[in-house]
Ligand binder design. Sequence first.
Ligand code: ATP
Ligand code: MG
Length: 338
Amino acid sequence: YDLRNEDLKDLRELGQGNGGSVKKVEHTPTGTIMAKKIVLIDAKPAVRKQILRELHIMHDCHSPYIISFYGAFLSDPNICICMELMDKGSLDGIYKKIGPIDVEVVAKVALAVLEGLTYLYDVHRIIHRDIKPSNILFNSEGQIKICDFGVSGELINSIADTFVGTSTYMSPERIQGAQYTVKSDVWSLGISLIELALGRFPFSDSVSDDSDLSDLEGTLSPARPGSISLQTGKSRDSAHAEQQKQKDKRNKRKSKGVSLQGGGMTMSILELLQHIVNEPAPKLTPEGRFPPMAEDFIDGCLLKDPDARQTPKQLLTHPFVDHARTSDFNLVEWASTF
Ligand code: ATP
Ligand code: MG
């Protein structure tokens, strides 16, 4: 496809992310239906061209577990990325619509994501870097595929500053400034799978009360490519201001004697990051509700020490994943229920 914006007819909006929006479009010369992601990028023309060159690698990514790529082009001030449309959308949308996802499906998701990650790394030496339910897509043929992987270093640099973290799937070692490895993706997968199985983000109920945010300060590096930024376009200084605000809020709550525990309290992003680093990893709860092999698989994904955590390829031999491979659970039928 030689894609031009004039040839793409908007059909409907599929979703909004922090970096831009995704639309269902028709490529009118061929009648092909696609998903067009529009990413607003604050970068010089040379950098934008570099991003386009880097995105080209996606033309060579061929796997049943990876979204197919039709092409990308510049459309000032945006970059448009055209990809395969997945008609059932992302898994976050699905669980928000139908509630907690059946563990049989969760197992199939684990299998698909691990296969996708293994393909990306073994064949292209690509680390995904952004595994989360909104980047795992599903279609009515029962296929599960991953999208939005980190092919373009320049793209990662250009959008890092506009990332808004409301929930984070980032591993403890990444929060502490270590390099990305395939094992960081495994942590993110573990968090994502708990979220699907429980129907909620696993950290959202637990609040650490007396956390002193200054502990964390030295480990945050918002300016680092591909690492965390706290709020849209905010600098380190305003991150400071944010910390102070959170502290003030907490003190206020304390002085009012309001309990921080329970009641669906949400942690501030800094509390969350500190929680991930300092507290035991989340688990599939309550104990005994899920099959032991599911619990064991999640525990393995969420080992806090990256040296102890397995790679995607190693985890492909876990009994939970083996089960998913041989299970006759019908995803096409499941897809037809919503
Ligand atoms: P973030 O910006 O934090 O990464 P996000 O992944 O939700 O969040 P986008 O990648 O911009 O943001 O995607 C927005 C939404 O569009 C997704 O949540 C998903 O539901 C939908 N979407 C993205 N790609 C496709 C696709 N190929 N087919 C169908 N729906 C898609
Ligand atoms: Mg996405």
